[in-house]
Design a protein around this ligand. Structure first.
Ligand SMILES: Nc1ncnc2c1ncn2[C@@H]1O[C@H](CO)[C@@H](NC(=O)[C@@H](N)CO)[C@H]1O
Length: 147
């Protein structure tokens, strides 16, 4: 999994069109979203993650918690983003991984939003620009090489 973490004044999105034949079903309310004072986490779930999705979820949560505590962010925006890797996991696996990460972060006490999966979305982001405001992390299941 590849993650791009941006500590932001706000992140807002608006669903524009389907990017998959069968995108995640969403309510009218989910077509737009915004969070202020948020750690935005753009995530590409990768093929290698399919060997142990549960482990990748836990490793991702550890990394996100670590960055959130360093930048003192209590809100997380989980953002499906298929542009950080050329070896993407299948959509059904990717969605499950992102849904589980959302659940686990809520269990850890964060306020969490997750942008809808399988859509083209317009988004606006205001990066805070401090030294830890732009970070990336790569996560692989045990036994897999980082490509
Ligand atoms: N392995 C994967 N990891 C993360 N997201 C993935 C994925 N496979 C599919 N998606 C989702 O489907 C849209 C089309 O690829 C993706 N849409 C996007 O990435 C938008 N920024 C529009 O390009 C995403 O919602």
């Amino acid at each position: 999994m590849r993650m791009l973490l941006i500590h932001s004044d706000y992140l807002e999105y608006e669903v524009k069109d389907k990017a998959l034949k069968n995108p995640e079903p969403i309510s009218e309310e989910q077509k737009k979203g915004r969070l202020e004072e948020v750690l935005a986490v753009f995530m590409s779930v990768e093929k290698a993650d399919e060997t142990n999705p549960d482990e990748v979820v836990e490793k991702a949560v550890v990394e996100i918690k670590d960055v959130a505590s360093q930048v003192k962010a209590g809100r997380i925006f989980v953002y499906p983003f298929a542009h950080l890797s050329s070896e993407l996991a299948k959509p059904d696996v990717a969605l499950k991984v992102l849904q589980r990460i959302e659940e686990r972060l809520m269990e850890e006490g964060f306020e969490v939003k997750r942008a809808p999966f399988g859509y083209y979305k317009a988004f606006r982001l205001s990066c805070k620009g401090h030294p830890l405001a732009e970070l990336s992390r790569t996560i692989v299941p045990s036994g897999e090489a980082v490509s």
